[in-house]
Ligand binder design. Structure first.
Ligand code: SF4
Length: 381
């Protein structure tokens, strides 16, 4: 481990903000990678995201510390990996963020941390930063706090009392695939129990109903299949109030050489990102298109077809459901047409109410690559 004792605050912030890029479980959209984020004038990465009042703004995303007692084999910050380590005090992160905020360069903060000492001690420092922002600086905006696996109920409740959003990364969908990633963390105690607690606290009518919980899966490091990820995602949405799941392709070379993902990715270097993309498409089917997890089409190996959008794959497996009569079909039927999204369907239904019939594809809007996909699945009578 290399300790960075002599760095000043801005240098430490640059290192910690850079190391936070492995965590996507925030409102930073569905595309990872450097093309999606931009560097601010100070060299920090800023993450574009949609804001609740509409439009786009950017989040400052950083760790409080990249010193970590954790042993997660997929993570470059794991304790036995040699990286440059440093930490900032809660006051320093709060002051640095407020300087960005007052200049109008960011609208919110996404704050995470390596485990310093214990999960509860780490949560104390995260919550302390939130309290300094809320109480000392009067900041009322977006604050996303990471929940550290293994934190006590009291520590989780304290985080929910200051945050506008929280995330606990479940990482994998099953006990057995989780055990491959960490020899110390316990899936039931550190993940499942905490997911349930956050779900109860943020449920409608609960004490923290305004806080949005999200999660992240690391995809391809362990032995999980897409079917297991999608099923777990649907359960998190339906049973535990999780508002968004994010999928992060495991990046070969960052983790321990023993990981299954290190061997698999060596054979197919491009598949990780394609797999991540297909999982996001499947997630859209769950959240926006009324599909259940059981309807998502998986291959015999339990994975999505890397070559086809799962919505089109489902449509091609169900020829009896097509073509759909665009002027008469119900909303749910229209939403299942490849190439038609919620906005196009809304437009179709609004036009129908006003007595406007659709006679050709062009009546639905500009006929581009996406809309053209819908043609074989629609009837214009
Ligand atoms: S707890 Fe695990 S995932 Fe989080 S920083 Fe430490 S090693 Fe990485």
């Amino acid at each position: 481990m290399t300790a960075a004792h002599t760095l000043d605050r801005d240098e430490k912030l640059r290192i910690l903000a850079d190391d936070s890029r492995y965590d996507l479980a925030c409102a930073c959209g569905t595309r990872g990678g450097e093309d999606h984020r931009t560097r601010g004038p100070d060299g920090l990465w800023l993450y574009p995201t949609s804001v609740p009042r509409g439009g786009k703004s950017v989040l400052l995303k950083t760790l409080l510390s990249n010193v970590c007692a954790g042993d997660c084999l997929y993570c470059p910050l794991r304790r036995d990996h040699d990286v440059r380590r440093c930490a900032l005090a809660p006051e320093d992160v709060a002051a640095a963020f407020m300087a960005f905020f007052r200049r109008g360069e960011v609208y919110g903060l996404f704050l995470s941390s390596g485990i310093t000492g214990s999960p509860d001690r780490t949560m104390d420092r995260l919550v302390a930063t939130g309290r300094i922002l809320r109480q000392r600086h009067g900041f009322r905006g977006h604050l996303h706090l990471k929940i550290i696996p293994g934190a006590s109920d009291a520590a989780v409740e304290a985080a929910l009392s200051v945050a506008s959003a929280v995330s606990l990364n479940v990482e994998t969908p099953t006990r057995s695939s989780f055990a491959v990633l960490s020899r110390e963390k316990d899936y039931d105690r550190d993940i499942v129990r905490t997911v349930k607690l956050i779900g109860r606290l943020t449920a409608r009518g609960g004490p923290c109903a305004k806080v949005r919980p999200s999660t992240q899966f690391v995809v391809g490091a362990s032995t999980e299949t897409d079917a297991q990820i999608v099923t777990a995602t649907a359960r998190l949405y339906g049973n535990h109030g999780v508002s968004r799941a994010y999928f992060s392709a495991y990046q070969r070379g960052l983790g321990h050489p023993d990981l299954p993902g290190e061997r698999r990715a060596a054979d197919s270097p491009g598949d990780g990102l394609t797999r991540e993309h297909r999982l996001y498409q499947a997630d859209w089917l769950l959240r926006q298109y009324g599909f259940s997890a059981e309807e998502i089409p998986f291959g015999a190996d339990g994975n999505l077809d890397l070559g086809t959008d799962p919505k089109k794959r489902w449509a091609d497996l169900h020829p009896e459901r097509f073509p759909v009569a665009v002027n008469r079909a119900a909303k749910g039927e229209l939403l299942r047409v490849p190439g038609l999204g919620p906005t196009a369907v809304k437009r179709i239904l609004a036009g129908r109410k006003e007595g406007r019939a659709i006679r050709r594809l062009g009546d639905l809007g500009k006929v581009g690559r996406v809309l053209r996909r819908a043609a074989p699945y629609l009837r214009f009578d």
